[in-house]
Design a protein around this ligand. Sequence first.
Ligand code: TXA
Ligand code: MG
Length: 336
Amino acid sequence: MTEVISVDPHHPQPDSIAKAAEIIRGGGLVAFPTETVYGLGADAKNEAAIRKIFAAKGRPSDNPLIVHVASRAMLDRVAFASGDDTLRLIEHFWPGPLTLVLRRRDYIADSVSAGLSTVAVRMPDNSIALDLVEASATPVAAPSANLSGRPSPTRASHVQQDLAGKVDLILDGGETNIGIESTVLDLTGDHPVILRPGWVSREALSQLVGTVELATSDESLKRSPGTRHRHYSPRARVVVVESGSGISLEQLCSAHMASSRVGVISHSRVAVEDPRIRDIRLGESAESYARSIYSSLRELDEWDADIIIVEGINDTGEGEAVMDRLRRAASSDEDR
Ligand code: TXA
Ligand code: MG
């Protein structure tokens, strides 16, 4: 059975946190909000608990998990964190949506890093998440709390849709702030390499540590197993209209309306009124898209859209991560 407890995101109730921490320490699963998306957490030291995460999500066992820490001391038990770049990044971006891939220590269970010699670590910028990790007194491994291949959850209700009955407790802290996942940055090579674009942009990283590469798909496939699977996808087919492509949303809708229920996510007005079309309007900024893109995809899936047409935004700065997720959702790669 899955219990759901509402928690105040600014002043988490200590008794609720204590209850969740007890479940983590006992080898159970707790879903909790972070500033990016909801995570599905377990004790990173407990091999059996980690296997429960993979089973609940239906996640391939070759796709490693992110470990969440609440302090520098906890980081040092999980990984080797040294070097100017690493320390500068931690100092500047933690707590926050930047995940660092570092050389791992034996303290955590092997399956957390799927047999790699590295581990992905971050300190989340969310009081519920930080209090939970601290009260558990153990690093908490947590992938996004969705079924593998589904859009990441930004509300407790999304976690329930995907994982009811498979997680012991959901801490409901309301809607997450950012709405897309953290940036995954590999610091184990000669230069920092972005394995997964995220809310911390390449520009922001470069300002601090100089040249930062973005892994090509071949490279990220080798270094970040998770990026090879199609992610972030709703059931409906997704079509992304790239910004500046000159394609008219109205024409695209009309072309599909005859045979399909058409969902639209856009920032410009779509001048087609028809019961076979449902349009969700977002602000044009990366913030607005990030915050609502996953919940919009889920909403249109529930409405039973056959196709979802998404109007793209500029893929500079934070928009790069938003467009990365949309292109993945639209990819014709059938590996989900
Ligand atoms: O914002 C986030 O990062 C959320 C919240 C819950 O923290 N978590 C999240 O976890 O998105 P997940 O499991 O859905 O994505 C983790 C990504 C995957 O692409 C995985 O392949 C990569 O991080 N990753 C994990 N460990 C790695 C490692 N040792 N080396 C390379 N990539 C790794
Ligand atoms: Mg995920």
